[in-house]
Design a protein around this ligand. Sequence first.
Ligand code: CP
Length: 318
Amino acid sequence: MKDDNHYYWPHKDLLDTDCLGEADLRHLLHLASGFQDINLRPVKKVPTLKGRTVILFFAENSTRTKTSFDVAAKRLSADTFSLGKAGSSLNKGESLKDTGLTLQAMHPDVIVIRHSSSGAARYLSENLSCSIVNGGDGWHAHPTQALLDCYSLNQAWNGNFKGKTLLVLGDIAHSRVARSNIHLLRMLGVNVRLCAPRTLLPAGVSSWPASVHSSLPEAIDDVDAVICLRLQLERQQAGLLPDLAEYARRYCLTEEHLRLADPDVRILHPGPMNRGLEISDAVADDANCLVLKQVEAGVAVRMAVLYLLATRSEQGDS
Ligand code: CP
């Protein structure tokens, strides 16, 4: 940051939230709020990134992240191109590096990558000169999900984060969302609690800046928000949970649990939800559940991210 009035974005890539300072975060949220106004107009398109190119390289499944990056880029008039694992030469054995270099040879401004391997986005960033956005890598990080969660809470709490208490509930061991969120929330002064069965807590969790609980009624006491995480059934082959019904009995977020929280508690979930497993139907459909607000915020936040990265080299000019 140069000074308060002449902020410029210093980052070539967005690989995780730990590269962001509070000034970066507040600037990004402010920009996203402006882009959200555009998303509510009858004509939702501005020429801001006309002539720029964004490649969506999604080597793992996605509904929200991929669609919202595509919508975000198009609302800013950028051209977008999509590459998935199925139908690409990754399936013929082409390496991640060669795939990245091939995409870069088409002169994109930004590549958004989702990949099942932790570190895939960083690997591309070290080998390519265009901007890289991590759209979720393995169990490691999902920075734009954390940013849109922050944006949603910023709206719900009118910008008052300090002293609030938030519970992260569920499959924390496999969650890239939890890791990316905690850095931002702590930076804004939020107290973080974690709750999960012991087998779904990550190694080294005792060094995280959060209190750790195994009892949901204890963990949810008086909290201001809950981020409920998806139980990642596709990653449960290791037998970490012998009985899904028992998991639901102890950890599925219900209205009964919400009565122990602050009366105005907000519920977030990154999606997709397993209704009846980690979140009850009644909670998922509750007026204080921000799931669809999060999706809406995702477009505005990703517009801000694409704008900042694609125009970075011009932001110092004035
Ligand atoms: N929250 C999230 O990353 O959802 P998708 O997997 O649908 O992109």
